[in-house]
Design a protein around this ligand. Structure first.
Ligand code: NAD
Ligand code: ZN
Length: 248
């Protein structure tokens, strides 16, 4: 399938981590599919305006499956791809750090939507570990304020209504423009600007391969669409022997 590709940029989404026990948002068992009201917790305006939303968000952070999840075979497939010298970059919408835990170098991973392992102050920008914030929540602070300025603390993840870090989006665009194959895996390709990276890569001449259980808006642009479970399909793709490029 991508035997001929030598510079692969991958874009991953929540579907890569479902086999690790972290539900996606929009799949059949997704958090928002089962409870559409939960979207409010991911909206920056509600978070800033409503202390009750923040309290609920901290409670749900404390229970997040990412704290105990382990990388799965799909995460490990990207490590193998990197070791074979073909991974240009891994762009992820995931906030669970499982790609890094599986063994990818931190500088190979572009976290488009941040990480749940850190918190940031929305007022002064101070960054700190999530573990310390959750200890304060467990000790009784329902909505722990920033220790430096008293401002609103939030997980260092991108909520709806927040802009991506310009350096991060630039790095992702460079990797999309500089690949011969763009692999989108476990993402519904509905969140922008991340989803638009697939089209950017195709316009720059890359082949697009989509591995996702459900249809995406970009399937028609793809050279191949694979719907099998990622823990099966990704290791197979990576293990396929190198062949000559199919394009000049
Ligand atoms: P999404 O929920 O919109 O789409 C996930 C897609 O993965 C679905 O189309 C689903 O059919 C597919 N999928 C699920 N399990 C699969 C499997 N085992 N094999 C093949 N396909 C599978 O997720 P998204 O596109 O990443 O966008 C959601 C947003 O939510 C992102 O912004 C992301 O930051 C955030 N999010 C992150 C996590 C995480 O870090 N693990 C979890 C949920 C949501
Ligand atoms: Zn602050």
């Amino acid at each position: 399938m991508f035997g001929g590709a030598r510079r692969i940029t991958a874009l991953t989404g929540a579907g890569v981590s479902t086999a690790s026990g972290i539900p996606d948002f929009r799949g059949p068992n997704g958090v928002w599919t089962r409870n559409p009201a939960a979207q409010r917790l991911s909206d920056i305006d509600s978070y800033v305006a409503d202390p009750q939303v923040r309290e609920q968000a901290w409670r749900s952070r404390a229970e997040h499956p990412a704290w105990t999840a382990e990388p799965n075979a799909a995460h490990r497939a990207f490590v193998d791809l990197d070791r074979s010298g073909r991974l240009r970059a891994l762009l992820t919408q995931n906030i669970d750090e499982l790609h890094q835990r599986a063994g990818l170098d931190r500088d190979q991973v572009v976290e488009l939507h941040g990480t749940i392992f850190q918190v940031v102050c929305l007022d002064c920008g101070a960054v700190g570990p999530m573990s310390a914030a959750l200890e304060r929540v467990a000790a009784g602070e329902a909505d722990p304020p920033c220790r430096s300025c008293g401002g609103i603390l939030k997980s260092a993840t991108i909520s709806f209504g927040q802009s991506l870090d310009p350096d991060v989006i630039r790095a992702a665009q460079c990797a999309a423009l500089d690949c011969d194959l763009f692999l989108a895996a476990g993402t519904s390709l509905t969140v922008h600007p991340a989803a638009g990276l697939a089209e950017l890569a195709v316009k720059a001449g890359a082949e697009l391969v989509i591995c996702n259980a459900e249809p995406t808006p970009y399937d028609e642009l793809a050279a191949a669409v694979l719907r099998e479970p990622l823990v099966e399909v990704l290791p197979e793709l990576v293990a396929a022997p190198l062949t000559e490029p199919t394009r000049p």
